[in-house]
Ligand binder design. Structure first.
Ligand code: MN
Length: 352
């Protein structure tokens, strides 16, 4: 009302009105800005973590859902493709995270709005659910081909959980024990227990979350990393490990994405290896996981070099992934040799 009058009164009046309004208004925080936008949604509000959500994606969605609720916005978490790693499942069970497979949510429609977390629209691991992706909160490299009405994309952050934890802090909200536990666990997993790609934000948020999380539950989740079936696949895969200089390779039989990544982490932990490529040749194509501890070797660039022209890939400088669909594979040629040749060519182009 004041603003409307002031607009008629002209510039000086507008300035007065702005001052008057700012006295009664709480300082704008990122979450209040996002919540304000989402209140305009013509349909439902969904939070979408990346496909096959990992602990960081689940925690980010869970924390954001709670916080939006505190700001008067109801939302549901939807995801595409079931999580694969056992700790994700245990986390959801023990923290009471409510999330649904998109295919089970009949009400999703074109008028609904989506907030993408721990990923960005257009990424290979974010399925298009056919609604409006109005916002994104992420820590992966910024994509230039997507635009949002709200975006908070910080490639420097080691985890998306730390970004969401900061939303709590900035708005003066206290995370519940389950929310704090989820965020701390997500932060741990994405930063490999505060050793990989840790930003100042991750360290600060770990410190702040420490007062609220359930340390015993985190310890138990750390104790549920793989299943007996996974172990059998690992045992077989580790026999295939080969090195070329300080680059390690590992081949897995038909394994899901998460398992390829975790097996690759173990290859990277070898004293003799600074960068590693793990791949699984499956009926639908070849899944590739790339890791690097060596600064000149960027895992995302290496992943893209391997899949160049025949698949898609990307990620962080320390961890990345890729996929080559079965029908794009060169016929009658060895996939293994192709992957190794391309990886070695990339490394040699760096003179590494
Ligand atoms: Mn993440």
């Amino acid at each position: 009302m004041i603003i409307a009058r002031a607009r008629i009164a002209g510039q000086a009046g507008l300035r007065r009105a702005t001052i008057a309004v700012s006295i009664v208004r709480m300082p704008t925080t990122k979450i209040s800005e996002l919540a304000g936008l989402l209140k305009e949604a013509p349909g439902e509000v969904f939070i979408q973590p990346h496909d096959v959500p990992d602990p960081d994606a689940i925690a980010s969605a869970f924390g954001l859902q709670y916080l939006l609720g505190r700001f008067g916005v109801e939302s549901s978490i939807v995801y595409e493709r079931e999580f694969e790693k056992i700790d994700s499942l245990r986390m959801v069970e023990s923290l009471g995270v409510r999330l649904s497979l998109a295919s089970d949510v009949a009400s999703i429609g074109v008028e609904d709005w989506i907030v993408v977390v721990d990923g960005q629209q257009g990424n290979a691991n974010i399925v298009d659910l056919g609604c409006v992706a109005v916002a994104a909160i992420d820590h992966h490299p910024l994509r230039s081909d997507a635009s949002y009405r709200y975006s908070d994309i910080r490639p420097g952050a080691g985890s998306c959980s730390a970004i969401i934890a900061e939303y709590f802090l900035d708005s003066g909200e206290t995370p519940t024990k389950p929310v704090a536990t989820a965020l701390a666990y997500g932060l741990f997993v994405d930063t490999d227990n505060l050793t990989r790609g840790v930003s100042e934000l991750d360290a600060r948020m770990f410190y702040r979350l420490h007062a609220f999380y359930d340390a015993e539950l985190i310890r138990r989740l750390r104790g549920s990393q793989i299943t007996l079936r996974d172990l059998a696949l690992y045992a077989e895969a580790f026999r295939t490990v080969e090195t070329y200089g300080r680059l390690g390779f590992l081949r897995m039989a038909d394994a899901d994405d998460s398992l390829v990544g975790s097996a690759n982490d173990i290859v990277l932990s070898l004293d003799e290896v600074d960068a590693s490529v793990a791949y699984s040749i499956r009926a639908d194509g070849v899944k590739i996981s790339v890791r690097s501890l060596a600064d000149p070797v960027r895992a995302n660039d290496l992943a893209r070099s391997i899949v160049s022209g025949i698949g898609f890939g990307g990620g962080h400088p320390h961890m990345a992934g890729g996929f080559i669909p079965a029908d794009a594979l060169p016929q009658g040629k060895s996939v293994e040799t192709l992957i190794k040749h391309r990886a070695i060519t990339y490394l040699e182009s760096l003179g590494y």
